[in-house]
Write a protein that binds this ligand. Structure first.
Ligand code: HAM
Length: 409
């Protein structure tokens, strides 16, 4: 027996029913909002993340699955989608507005716990080539609707603006002075970050006391970032999307500017973990080698955590289970099952055509079918027995009627 690696999961039935529902909702919503599908490599050059996500971030410093391939290149299993998607935009010419949706596994070497996995699954949206605050709002509104559609309760949005790069140069100095003055009360990790990347200290849980009174980016925004943020806020209010300003929210990745946000739910509170997060990242394209700036904003929603917060999927997995009582009609039954499936009805049957009627009924119950159609000698007259499993109600109906009946249930 070779067990699976720590921090990875086999996602199997019955849990996988919620995953299917979530991924379908994401795909459906993405199409409705005009996002095209992007299927991205799971492996990229290491430099893409060290330059894009940032050398001094937890992800790059401690969590990447990095190794040398057989050709001697340093490669990394993607810890997120954004840097790879921006790379693909630049590589394919990098012009105009592109709206992309991607879903798939990510890899981060973390200490595994509930909602914190080493292989985890993200649903990601990126709005590339747009500076307008309406793009930030669309991304936030989409994420909110997705959580609503899959039944998440108590959805909360933490919203902040960290300003533009120029605003941050001045702000960083103010923050550094503040932190240096309180250096003796900081954790060693925070002390190390003061000069390297002081913004990271703001989300350090170990330094919450010092951080509580620290100057925050939102009080040091330039006029353009202020105007952008005001518009984001008023549009969200217009759409009825509730949010809360979180002045210390800076996000764990270095490419952001202006709007940043995270999603929470009252049904998933493990270690204050977010169900999703994102923001505007205008600086990223140039960090990874674009010759011109590419304004962009995006989000990644964490499937593993959303599924934990989703209600159990009720209802039946199958509309109909076809039980063959008269073996001379096995081929007819097979052809009928195929026809019903073509018409969009969820049907299954015992392909072996060997098991007893009782065993076939057991299988129908296991599949939680709505009804069973029994194919017996009456098939020659175009009739089957239809039994509704929940009520036990049984009647003889024509094969055509079954399809009609299925549509109504
Ligand atoms: P992130 O905040 O690193 O952002 O991840 C987004 C979401 O992925 C988190 O809110 C969480 O739900 C989920 N997640 C992260 N790490 C884990 C883990 N170890 N186990 C389970 N779930 C996890 C990004 O990845 C950015 N690329 C988001 C973005 C897109 N920004 C702009 N565009």
């Amino acid at each position: 027996m070779i067990p699976r690696l720590k921090g990875t999961d086999d996602i199997l039935p019955p849990e996988s029913a919620r995953w299917r529902r979530l991924l379908r909702a994401f795909d459906d919503l993405a199409e409705r909002y005009g996002y095209d599908l992007a299927l991205m490599p799971a492996i990229e050059p290491t430099e893409l993340f060290s330059r894009g996500v940032g050398e001094a971030t937890e992800v790059v410093e401690k969590q990447m699955y990095t190794f040398e391939d057989r050709g001697g290149r340093s490669v990394t299993l993607r810890p997120e989608f954004t840097a790879g998607i921006v790379r693909s935009y630049i590589e394919s010419g990098g012009q105009g507005i592109v709206k992309l949706a991607a879903a798939g596994p990510q890899f981060r070497y973390e200490q595994p716990q509930k909602g914190r996995r080493r292989q985890f699954f993200q649903m990601d949206l990126e709005y590339l080539g747009e500076t307008a605050p309406g793009a930030d709002v669309e991304i936030i509104e989409f994420s909110y609707r997705l959580l609503e559609v899959v039944g998440i309760e108590g959805i909360g949005i933490h919203l902040n603006s960290i300003g533009d790069s120029t605003d941050r140069i001045a702000y960083r100095e103010i923050l550094r002075d503040y932190l240096h003055q309180r250096e003796s009360s900081l954790s060693s990790e925070a002390r190390r970050r003061i000069d390297l990347n002081p913004l990271r200290v703001l989300d350090s849980k170990a330094d919450a006391d010092v951080v509580y009174d620290a100057p925050v980016p939102i009080d040091h925004l330039g006029s353009e970032a202020t105007d952008h943020f005001d518009q984001v806020r008023s549009m969200l209010e217009g759409l009825g999307i509730p949010y809360e300003i979180a002045p210390r929210l800076v996000r764990g990745l270095d490419y952001y500017n202006r709007t940043v946000f995270e999603f929470y739910s009252s049904s998933f509170e493990a270690a204050q973990s977010s169900l999703g997060g994102g923001g505007r990242y205008d600086p990223l394209a140039e960090l990874i080698g674009s010759r011109h700036p590419v304004p962009a904003v995006g989000v990644a929603m964490g499937c593993d955590r959303i599924v934990e917060a989703m209600p159990m999927v009720g209802g039946s997995r199958l509309d109909l289970y076809v039980v063959v009582a008269d073996r001379t009609h096995t081929v007819n039954a097979m052809e009928w099952v195929a026809r019903l499936r073509c018409r969009g009805i969820r049907v299954d049957w015992d392909v072996s055509a060997l098991r007893s009627v009782k065993a076939q009924f057991k299988a129908a119950n296991r599949c939680e079918a709505v009804a069973v159609a029994l194919v017996g000698t009456e098939w020659s007259q175009g009739l089957v027995s239809l039994k509704v499993l929940e009520t036990g109600e049984e009647r003889r109906v024509s094969v055509k009627e079954v399809e009609e009946w299925m549509k109504q249930h």
